[in-house]
Write a protein of this length. Sequence first.
Length: 259
Amino acid sequence: MVFWEGYISDELMGTFAPIVVYWLYAGVYQLLPSLDQYRLHTRKEEEQKNLVPLPSVIKGVLLQQLVQATVAGLMFLATAKPTSTGSITQPPLLVQLIQIVVAMFLMDTWQYFIHRYMHQNKFLYRHIHSQHHRLVVPYAIGALYNHPLEGLLLDTFGGAISFLISGMTARTSVFFFCFAVIKTVDDHCGLWLPGNIFHVLFQNNTAYHDIHHQLQGTKYNYSQPFFSIWDRLLGTYMPFSLVNRQEGGFEARILKKTT
Ligand SMILES: [Zn+2]
Ligand SMILES: [Zn+2]
């Protein structure tokens, strides 16, 4: 039993809930007071290093979400199984949890290799992925600021593959997709807030992804959005430490330079 039952279908929720959740979660970060003591970069750095203004970032995210909603809607339409009662039986909670974990690994695997290739292939980097890296100092609303083609290839197809292979129902996918979106936004929030559960549970977190957005770390820490396994297995993991910044706040500092 879920709160939307009887009002809208699971498929419609799976299509639109991640978008609503994105703006709610990123909106909360955006509306927070200054919190300079928890920032990973100073405001000055944000102004100087970022190459794109906020209104363009918002437009870019909305465009990606339009692509995402279209593909998700089509995917749900193609996979929906009509039943005589109009509702399908949901698997036991444990099965749903296992499907979510499987989907997390699948999404990570897809994103790691496509993301890494987008850095290695100069054409793809210059024309597509560099758009995401215009935010050298990430902030929550910019989490899905991507070229629309990247939005389709990396995020949307990654989501579709995770959904299809894990075998989860549309209802389970509502939770999975919303979780993935929250995690992605959090990884870009630019804040190291005390008590952030993602920072405790995941090695791949705000500071980890911040390294990837820094110019010296851009060829490392490709893994996203959940684990760091592929980076560690394939030698692209960049160790770092979180140190106090003189001007206040923190800094994710790269620990070693390799060739
Ligand atoms: Zn990248
Ligand atoms: Zn990013």
